[in-house]
Design a protein around this ligand. Structure first.
Ligand code: SF4
Length: 468
């Protein structure tokens, strides 16, 4: 809720606005940065115009990511200058993966920026803000020895409730795989897992405040190996089993997984743990062994297909999704056809496909065998069409089925609710707003372009998702 501007003599109300770009982990990090700012007395603003502290939490995955950030910073600089003329101060922070990748270069190219803070350092924002007040601009992009999670304030119940009934929880960060196209190992550092007890404490807090659906996130989440009971290493399956026991946790998901870390116990969890959604985002990137090898993915297309078969034996109704890169350096028509063949063989419920674009500093960016843009665009159109056909086919197969829907918010129409199916689609149904935050059994009666249409059957138990 907004607070009016302070009157003379009153304590000034300071506000923070955090704009999040990119992945789920950035969404989570932005929320935790808001918690840090909250502890420093900042209220959350709803727009840049209303904020005294502006944070751009950036992503480096997409093409020309840093150029887009510089253009955004240029607009904020004008705002900052206008305010300075009125005697009002604004602090501008660049956080996230562009901050990590570019560091001090950001201050050089855009002097309106006050602070540059990497994804492993944002717990130090209070110290950095204090330094800034003393007139010291700062760049903090070292990979620190301390664990930022030990220094972040817990989210307040009010902040949790304001963020909705579904939440992300980071359980693992960084990556040791060094796929030849990816910047994550350079911007987020090596693989690190949070201890089980700390993750469970965070989930308990969320559940107590009314969050029913939790997505455990990590750049390589299924490589999770956090410290468990008695100092033993716990797998992601162990963590999911423990989280499923927490009262109020109705549904669990995890993302993003690497095929090589899909362990037997995690596959088993999909048939043994009722709260674990039958949904798996398992990027394959290409169906060509030659390209998979050039990408340094360390598995073949056949390994992926065998893995899919094992997962489907454990959970036949599982919705599979993937990421694809088309036009990777050296990709021939024949390689692309192998990707199309893999997609036809698997049958995905949803997927993301992108044209390859070089990331500075990655090995793939240095090769001469870049594919021309027109070829990339043609291949992307072919792949999109196939993935879209499969997505719609998957959704149509759900008509007539009953399963639990987690209702998240009211729809646009009076009496309409929007929820999420176990398979990740949005579901629209008529129902009372008291169902928000609850699971209810829904029968699917229709399919929209990007969603399912459901009819409420009853409030449901978590076991309902298994009978679909
Ligand atoms: S496994 Fe994922 S995060 Fe790690 S380098 Fe490969 S694409 Fe990047």
């Amino acid at each position: 809720m907004k607070t009016d501007r302070p009157t003379e003599g009153a304590m000034p109300v300071r506000r923070v606005f955090i704009k999040s770009f990119g992945c789920q982990m950035n969404v989570y990090d932005s929320q935790r940065m808001a918690d840090v700012a909250g502890q420093e007395g900042y209220e959350e603003a709803t727009s840049v115009e209303d904020a005294d502290l502006i944070v751009l939490n950036t992503c480096h995955i997409r093409e020309r990511a840093s150029e887009k950030i510089y253009s955004e910073l240029g607009k904020i600089r004008e705002l900052k200058e206008d305010r300075a003329r009125e005697g009002r101060e604004t602090t501008l922070v660049v956080a996230g993966c562009v901050a990590q990748a570019e560091g001090a270069e950001i201050l050089r190219r855009q002097p309106a920026v006050d602070l540059v803070v990497g994804p492993q350092n944002y717990h130090r924002l209070p110290q950095l803000l204090r330094a800034k007040r003393r007139g010291v601009g700062a760049v903090d992009t070292d990979f620190p020895i301390e664990d930022k999670f030990d220094h972040l304030p817990a989210s307040t119940p009010e902040a949790i409730r304001a963020r909705g009934v579904s939440a992300f929880v980071t359980v693992q960060e960084g990556c040791d795989k060094f796929c030849s196209f990816c910047v994550v190992p350079y911007t987020r550092g090596g693989e690190a897992s949070r201890p089980v007890a700390k993750v469970l404490a965070e989930i308990e807090r969320l559940a107590r405040a009314g969050v029913g659906e939790i997505t455990l996130i990590g750049q390589n989440v299924n490589a999770y190996h956090g410290q468990g009971e008695g100092g033993r290493s716990a797998s992601l399956a162990d963590l999911i089993a423990a989280a499923a026991e927490i009262p109020g946790v109705l549904r669990l998901r995890y993302a993003t997984s690497h095929p090589n870390d899909m362990s037997d116990d995690l596959i088993r969890a999909h048939c043994e743990i009722g709260a674990l959604a039958p949904y798996l985002h398992l990027p394959v990137q290409s169906g060509s062994d030659r390209i998979l090898s050039a990408m340094n993915r360390r598995h073949r297309a056949r390994d992926y297909l065998d893995l899919v078969a094992r997962v489907r034996r454990a959970r036949p109704d599982i919705a599979l999704s993937s990421d694809f890169i088309v036009g990777f350096p050296g990709e021939s028509d024949a390689d692309f056809e192998e990707t199309v063949a893999l997609v036809r063989e698997v049958g995905f419920a949803s997927s993301y496909a992108f044209k390859y674009s070089p990331r500075p500093g990655t090995p793939a960016a240095e090769t001469d065998a870049q594919v021309d843009e027109a070829t990339k665009a043609e291949r992307l159109a072919v792949l999109f069409a196939l993935l879209e056909e499969q997505r719609l086919a998957f959704n149509r197969r759900l008509v007539g089925r009953r399963f639990d829907v987690m209702f998240e918010k009211p729809g646009r129409r009076e009496g309409q609710l929007i929820g999420r199916s176990p398979y990740m689609q949005s579901v629209y149904a008529e129902g009372d707003s008291s169902l928000i935050g609850a699971m209810a059994a829904v029968e699917i009666v229709g399919v929209g372009p990007n969603s399912l249409i459901g009819r409420l059957v009853a409030r449901a138990s978590r076991e309902m998702s298994l009978i679909a």
